[in-house]
Design a protein around this ligand. Structure first.
Ligand code: ARG
Ligand code: ZN
Length: 854
């Protein structure tokens, strides 16, 4: 069944009030739902309630049991005559058999919920769509010893004890919300409490709930929450609106976290941190996700989505907001580099492949498949472009207008854009194409200058590639920040200019250009496009040394490296001198901070090099990259040793400066390892052994795993022994091996899938092995197809337990068009095997069948 955006109709019935009574038990939970329903408009439609996996034990209308209800598919259909009724249903569900982790499920002995997008229907019968907003009152009863803590959305109302060792709690959420924001947690949990006083004086009780043994790892998350609350007041004027804000961490979770009103539920990997078990990257991720979920309170909860085609309304905007928060915590330039790197690693390939879809899709089979890098990360880029076009003051006025006008409603992407226009006077009619047209635009740029003259001419052309279902495209509005630098004087020749490229081709003239100009374009990555320019290696090296925009500097170095790697992969050899000189220059620049230098000198990934090529030869790319890595390592060995000797603070401090130092030092270790210098293994082993933090220990482990057999095994064994009882760290043990650049990685990964600690039931563990392997281009694309077979076997098995997580791991198989005939045939055969599997989920079917088509 395909759901179409154009088929949207307002709900036939509304549910202003919902009361839920839960009799909680892991094997058999009773849910009694009392819905006050009102007819929405003048029509004769019956009430249709969504359900999934359960059948009603009883249905009453206005207190009277009825038997003229029927099931249509999984919908409960109840004929109603009047305009207003009280409808009650009772169902029984089994949380401990819920392996999909949608609805009410068991994790680590506790009970929790996940309802977005369509999990609420697995708990009770309800119009499970985001435009039905209801006020919820919840009563839970449970065994007091097993489930001493009972949490739900909103404010706690009362608790009490019952006979037989049971107790109860009631919670009320005063804010009307869609069903996907419902949450409850019952468990044996400890709490790290804090308070935050909002600027209008509301004192909010904060709580981070985890198993008692993890309590010491929650300070970072609590701190990040307080910073987020203050940031949203300062930057967007948004204040928190309840007296309590709770976060619960669970080990079994399908994605990062969930913004349920007043009761966020998190994957524990985005809460728990201490120096010994979490990397700097983990610390960053925790702060970003805590901020993201908190920010959803306004961009998502106070204003929700009319339908799931509007998902980017809340996700794109909230990602943009969390990116801004993170940028303000440390180096904004490094944050932008990281965000662009992940956009290119995840979203660009998605947009260039069979699963390409617009930021506001037109159709879906399974909505869970649309929680994508396009909806989230490209969606954030759309907001960023509008902010760039409007400028900070008008953008803030526009978000104020949006929050004010749509508070308490279920809105659309169009509503958001209309506020941007109204508050600023800008005309965004052509800009709206960004929401509807998939595919990454390509911009070609070349600059002409007559020697001795004063005029430079910049020629720009854009092309939006065809994508599935969209063979032809119209030109879009691309905000490109541009500046020219003098090749001789190394000084700027112009101010930074914001060009709104809106035609297929445009020519721009710059006057007063007295020397040969070097073009700096798409500065700050102002538009999410691919720029194709004819800039020489010398000009890229020049920009990497002299551009005043840090992103553009990074970008010039990346382009230089990419050109070199592409040449190396195609021709089998390449001139490395320009890259090596540029890296040396960057390492020597005293004005650059370590975090930036570390990003700038890092080589593009194998996969990103592959994305530049019509036909990906994974082995040739790997060889080209290793050759360049070794040359950079060998020729700049003294510099890498100097960088390595600049030791960060002990004990571990998580701060922008110390983080940058560790990053650069570990990048240096990586380059030193490429030299085969006799002492490097010992250096890495000593770092592995002596490190007082996971950042350095894991970096050393990565180096050792790619090194000689003896040290590799010793390090893996030590790591395993030390962290065997810590699931999140054990994930790193699996992941590091799945990402290894060794020749036998496919075989190692296949063996690890049979390891006693491997389990498909836990999404983090499944992703740590299968997901990591899928992005290891060379290992996954081993020519005999062992990687493809392994992935398909795992997906078919995982689909039985958890379709959503299985479907998320499929995309690497969909890249078959980019590979030689032999590999492509093997990949297709695995996709066909998946599609032909009896009982396949809608989730995996949609992804696999689309990957074959198109
Ligand atoms: N809204 C959540 C977030 O962005 C993620 C929900 C993901 N849901 C899904 N079905 N994949 O934080
Ligand atoms: Zn989100």
């Amino acid at each position: 069944v395909v759901i179409l955006r154009e088929d949207y109709r307002p709900p036939a019935w509304l549910v202003p009030e919902t009361r839920l009574v839960f009799d909680l038990d892991a094997h058999a939970t009773r849910v009694h739902a009392i819905l006050s329903v009102t007819r929405n408009g003048d029509h004769g439609e019956p009430l249709r309630l969504d359900g999934a996996g359960q059948t009603p034990l009883s249905v009453t209308v206005d207190g009277i049991a009825i038997d003229d209800w029927r099931l249509e598919g999984e919908q409960l259909v109840i004929p109603l005559s009047g305009g207003q009724h009280r409808v009650e249903t009772e169902v029984e569900i089994a949380p401990d058999r819920n392996t999909q982790l949608m609805g009410l499920y068991a994790s680590g002995g506790n009970l929790c919920t996940q309802c977005e997008a369509e999990g609420f229907r697995r708990i009770t019968y309800f119009p499970d769509r985001p435009d039905v907003l209801s006020r919820y009152a919840v009563r839970m009863t449970a065994d007091k010893a097993r489930y001493p803590v009972l949490l739900a959305n909103g404010d706690p109302i009362a608790t009490g004890d019952l006979d037989g060792g049971r107790h109860w709690a009631e919670w009320n959420d005063p804010f009307p919300k869609p069903s996907y924001l419902f949450a409850l947690v019952a468990g044996d949990l400890a709490v790290n409490r804090g308070t935050f006083t909002t600027r209008s004086g509301r004192e909010v009780a904060l709580g981070i709930w985890v198993r008692a043994a993890d309590l010491a790892k929650t300070d970072h998350a609590l701190h990040a929450l307080k910073l987020s609350m203050a940031w949203d007041e300062r930057v967007y004027g948004r204040e928190y609106d309840l007296d309590v804000f709770n976060i619960v961490a669970v080990d079994d979770f399908n994605f990062g976290a969930m913004e349920n009103k007043g009761l966020n539920i998190f994957n524990s990997r985005y809460i728990l941190a201490d120096a010994d078990t979490a990397t700097d990257h983990d610390y960053d991720g925790i702060a970003a996700v805590v901020a993201h979920e908190y920010f959803h309170n306004w961009s998502g909860n106070r204003i929700t989505c009319r339908d799931w085609f509007q998902l980017s309304l809340k996700e794109g905007f909230t990602v943009y907001r969390d990116q801004g928060f993170s940028a303000d915590q440390g180096s904004a330039a490094v944050k932008r580099i990281e965000d662009v790197r992940s956009l290119r690693a995840a979203q660009f390939p998605e947009d260039a492949g069979p699963l390409s879809h617009p930021v506001r899709p037109d159709a879906y089979q399974e909505i869970s498949n649309f929680y994508t890098a396009t909806i989230y990360n490209k969606g954030a880029e759309l907001i960023r472009m509008m902010a760039t076009i409007l400028g900070p003051a008008a953008f803030r006025a526009a978000t104020d207008l949006y929050f004010d006008r749509f508070d308490g409603t279920a809105a659309t992407c169009e509503d958001f854009v209309a506020c941007m226009e109204e508050a600023s006077g800008a005309d965004l009619s052509q800009f709206r194409l960004w929401y509807g047209q998939a595919g990454t635009p390509r911009v070609s740029a070349s600059i002409d200058h007559v020697a001795g003259g004063g005029r430079a001419t910049l020629r720009l052309a854009q092309r939006v590639p065809p994508t599935p279902g969209q063979p032809t495209k119209r030109p879009m509005v691309l905000p490109l920040k541009v500046r020219l630098f003098g090749a001789e004087t190394a000084t700027p020749l112009t101010d930074e200019r914001l060009i709104l490229l809106s035609d297929a081709d445009e020519t721009l003239v710059f006057e007063g250009v007295t020397e040969r100009p070097v073009l700096s374009i798409n500065r700050g990555f102002s538009a999410p496009v691919i720029v194709e320019s004819d800039r020489s290696a010398a000009d890229l090296a020049f920009l990497s040394a002299h551009d005043d925009d840090p992103f553009a500097r990074y970008e010039a170095m990346q382009q230089l490296m990419l050109d070199t790697l592409v040449a190396g992969a195609i021709e089998g050899r390449a001139d490395h001198d320009a890259v090596i000189a540029a890296v040396a220059h960057t390492l020597d620049d005293p004005d650059l901070d370590a975090a930036f230098v570390a990003e700038a000198v890092l080589l593009p990934s194998d996969a990103f090099v592959g994305d530049q090529l019509a036909l990906v030869d994974p082995d040739a790319i790997f060889r080209a990259r290793e050759a360049l890595r070794r040359d950079i390592g060998v020729q700049l060995q003294d510099r890498w040793r100097l960088a390595y000797d600049r030791a960060p603070a002990v004990p571990y401090v998580y701060s922008p400066t110390e983080k940058g130092k560790r990053r650069l030092r570990n990048v240096a270790l990586g380059y030193l390892a490429a030299t085969d210098a006799a002492d490097v293994a010992a250096l890495a082993f000593e770092q592995f052994r002596a490190a007082d933090n996971m950042t350095d220990r894991q970096a050393a482990l990565t180096t050792l795993v790619n090194g000689d057999a003896e040290e590799r095994q010793a390090a893996l064994d030590l790591f395993y022994a030390r962290y065997a009882d810590n699931a999140l760290v054990l994930d790193k043990w699996f992941q590091t091996q799945a990402l290894a650049t060794r020749d036998d990685t496919a075989a190692v990964v296949t063996r690890l899938a049979a390891h006693a600690d491997f389990s498909l039931a836990n999404p983090n563990r499944a992703r740590s092995l299968i997901g990591a392997f899928g992005v290891n281009q060379r290992a996954f694309h081993q020519a005999d197809g062992a990687g493809y077979r392994f992935l398909a076997d795992q997906l078919i098995a995982l689909d039985q337990l958890n379709p959503q997580t299985a479907a998320k791991l499929l995309p690497p198989l969909g890249r078959w068009r980019r590979f030689d005939q032999g590999r492509a045939a093997l990949m297709r055969a695995e996709l066909e095997r998946i599609v032909a599997t009896p009982g396949l989920s809608r989730d995996l079917f949609e992804q696999a069948s689309k990957s074959l088509e198109a």
